[in-house]
Design a protein around this ligand. Structure first.
Ligand code: ZN
Length: 303
């Protein structure tokens, strides 16, 4: 497993993982003692796992999330607390070797990603074949205090997306960057989750400025192919904004060498009903999952 992980992560991430920084914090979701949320019931799951040759069609039903003979119990747990004590909830699905980490609402006034992540969770529970070869880790609300207040920053006025230990962080931090990298519990949780989980791909869901009607995709690190895969299956366009100092994208994409997509959902989509939103927005998450499922697993080619 270590060998496979090394193949799929950047050099810097390998070094960070070797230091075991986050593993020591016990953040691995597998260690969770919380009861699984939703199906499957363990007994039914075990029974189905014993027939690991079951067809994909059989597995692809609401019930046991079994992919390629692997048992995957959906797990939800509170992994930390925000500045004001609100829960930071992590969820995981799937048992495949490639991990995707999806987070939403790091900017509290860009909340549309949260219901999208909730809908993706429900969709994956109903269609576990989509998890084949994957493990999906979700953080539906990265900035719960900001989301509650409708404010970009967290409760201490820090823009969490400027609070990462990226090499391009300003030496004289601007107001709102936080005095030190990872000064905030919310950014620390994201940082530690990434080091603990070793994702092959990170998706962070934002929303555009209100005067921009169409959503777009930005990316950092080796994510051009997966970003283009989304544009081919949606009305999203590519738009490179440049690496922001101290941002999650800079730290993950540039410093760790792990592909990260910054998905800017449009505010216009706020006005759509749930079905229309799903049709418009779900490719931003489901296409990257498909891309990763089908990526070339040979050494040197794995994302
Ligand atoms: Zn944003």
């Amino acid at each position: 497993m270590g060998t496979r992980r090394e193949r799929r992560t950047g050099t810097a991430l390998r070094r960070a993982l070797a230091r075991g920084a986050a593993a020591a914090l016990g953040l691995a979701l597998g260690a969770c003692t919380s009861p699984p949320v939703g199906p499957p019931a363990p007994a039914a799951a075990t029974r189905e796992a014993s027939t690991a040759e079951a067809s994909t069609a059989e597995a692809d039903s609401r019930g046991a999330a079994i992919t390629a003979g692997r048992l995957a119990l959906p797990v939800t747990r509170v992994a930390g607390l925000s500045v004001d004590g609100r829960p930071l909830e992590l969820r995981s699905l799937g048992a495949g070797p490639r991990t995707v980490f999806v987070l939403a609402s790091i900017h509290g006034d860009e909340g549309l990603g949260t219901p999208l992540v909730e809908a993706v969770w429900e969709h994956l529970l109903r269609h576990p074949a989509l998890l084949d070869g994957l493990r999906v880790v979700l953080l539906p609300v990265a900035n719960p205090d900001g989301l509650r207040a409708g404010r970009r920053a967290n409760a201490r006025g820090v823009d969490l997306n400027r609070n990462f230990p990226a090499s391009n962080r300003r030496t004289a931090p601007a107001r709102g960057d936080g005095e030190l990298p990872l000064s905030e519990p919310e950014s620390r949780l994201i940082h530690d989750t990434i080091l603990a989980q070793g994702p092959s791909l990170v998706l962070t869901l934002h929303q555009t400025r209100r005067d921009l009607p169409v959503g777009f995709i930005d990316y950092d690190g080796p994510a051009g192919d997966v970003a283009r895969a989304i544009t081919e299956h949606s009305d999203f366009t590519l738009k490179r904004l440049g690496a922001k100092p101290g941002s999650l994208g800079s730290w993950v994409g540039i410093d760790l060498g792990v592909p990260i997509l910054t998905i800017e959902l449009s505010h216009e989509a706020d006005a759509l009903d749930a079905e229309q939103r799903w049709a418009r927005l779900s490719p931003t998450v489901l296409e990257p999952l498909r891309w990763l499922r089908e990526a070339d697993p040979r050494p040197g080619n794995a994302p």
